[in-house]
Design a protein around this ligand. Structure first.
Ligand code: HEM
Length: 124
């Protein structure tokens, strides 16, 4: 069991599908691996990425099995009293990993196009 202490500044950064931390009852959990398989969906977890999900998690009435899963993802504790700071620092949801970026799409179109142009020129 880790008892690493996390600052609010650090937790808040982990808010994307590829890197997702959540705080529950003052403990920090790395839910990255699990997020895609969450029965309630990835999207709802992203709403709490890098944030405290204690109330939301309780309101759903998660099962004991869910509690056990959560425990397996425990990585440390939020610095005592940092809950408020965490909320103040709330960042907009990181969408960058939700879909391929426009740059990636452009690169995938341009690279083969350049290859074809190069080939045609070289041949001619
Ligand atoms: C952070 C760790 C979380 C874990 C490990 C987790 C785990 C689970 C599990 C195992 C279930 C299946 C039902 C059950 O066993 O209770 C479930 C369902 C659900 N969870 Fe989570 N959950 C987490 C966070 C959240 C959060 C923050 C929300 C936000 C509201 C949420 C919303 C839901 C909903 C709405 C369902 C019901 C899905 C359905 O039955 O259609 N969960 N979750």
């Amino acid at each position: 069991m880790s008892n690493r202490i996390f600052e609010a500044e650090e937790v808040v950064e982990h808010n994307s599908p590829k890197d997702l931390y959540m705080v529950f009852e003052g403990k920090v959990y790395d839910v990255t691996q699990f997020a895609e398989d969450h029965p309630g969906g990835l999207d709802i977890l992203l709403d709490y990425g890098g944030q405290d999900c204690t109330k939301a998690y309780r309101d759903v009435g998660h099962s004991a099995a869910a509690d056990e899963l959560l425990e397996e993802m425990y990585i440390g504790d939020l610095k005592p009293g940092a809950e408020e700071k965490l909320l103040e620092m709330r960042q907009p949801r990181t969408e960058e990993n939700d879909a391929p970026s426009i740059f990636m799409i452009l690169a995938l179109l341009i690279i083969p196009a350049l290859a074809v142009i190069g080939y045609v020129k070289f041949k001619g």
